[in-house]
Ligand binder design. Structure first.
Ligand code: HEC
Length: 159
């Protein structure tokens, strides 16, 4: 029993981010109306970019190995206690596929401006509801954030 409940929980936490864009259907009229209302209340908020200073992140098609290596070191020290590199949840969602679920801007804004993002961003809030832990601010510099993002790309197979 314990195992299956746990499995369900893991599944829920991981699958949420992928699903959240296209599950507004039939009888969720109320929910989607609410979302529209939210969007109108805060028209400057861009859910693909999140809240923060990064509006455009330059990314080359190939991996920047130096950045990825620096990012891996940060991951080992500051992130690995809560995030696995697979799609399995630990405290937070596993990082496999994270660069496909979220834009570079969203991730960089989230990791440098975590509190604001959790307060404002619908995806971060949904994750919070499912993971039940609020990700603490990790005090990353802009450069740290960019390096960690490159490491995430490496983890997602960019060479
Ligand atoms: C104490 C645990 C903890 C630590 C340490 C932590 N995180 Fe998180 N992280 C979470 C939780 C919990 C969530 C999801 C819930 C939320 O929105 O707060 C999350 C969500 C995320 C997401 C969104 C994931 C997705 O699937 O969309 C990213 C990106 C992220 N964290 C990056 C980082 C980075 C980078 C570090 C290290 C610098 C880090 N986290 C350290 C707990 C943690």
């Amino acid at each position: 029993m314990y195992v299956s409940v746990l499995a369900l929980f893991l599944f829920a936490c991981n699958s949420n981010a992928k699903k959240d864009n296209n599950n507004t259907t039939d009888d969720t009229t109320t929910a989607s109306t609410d979302r529209t209302a939210d969007a109108n209340a805060n028209p400057s908020y861009d859910p693909n970019r999140g809240e923060g200073k990064f509006t455009h992140v330059d990314i080359s098609p190939n991996l920047d190995k130096e950045k990825a290596e620096a990012g891996e070191k940060i991951y080992n020290v500051k992130c690995s206690s809560c995030h696995k590199l697979t799609d399995e949840k630990l405290v937070g969602p596993g990082w496999k596929g994270v660069t496909k679920r979220q834009t570079a801007e969203w991730i960089m804004n989230f990791v440098t401006n975590t509190d604001d993002m959790i307060n404002k961003d619908p995806k971060a809030q949904e994750m919070l509801e499912i993971c039940m832990v609020r990700m603490p601010n990790q005090n990353l510099s802009d450069e740290d954030a960019r390096n960690v993002y490159e490491f995430m790309r490496k983890n997602d197979g960019v060479k």
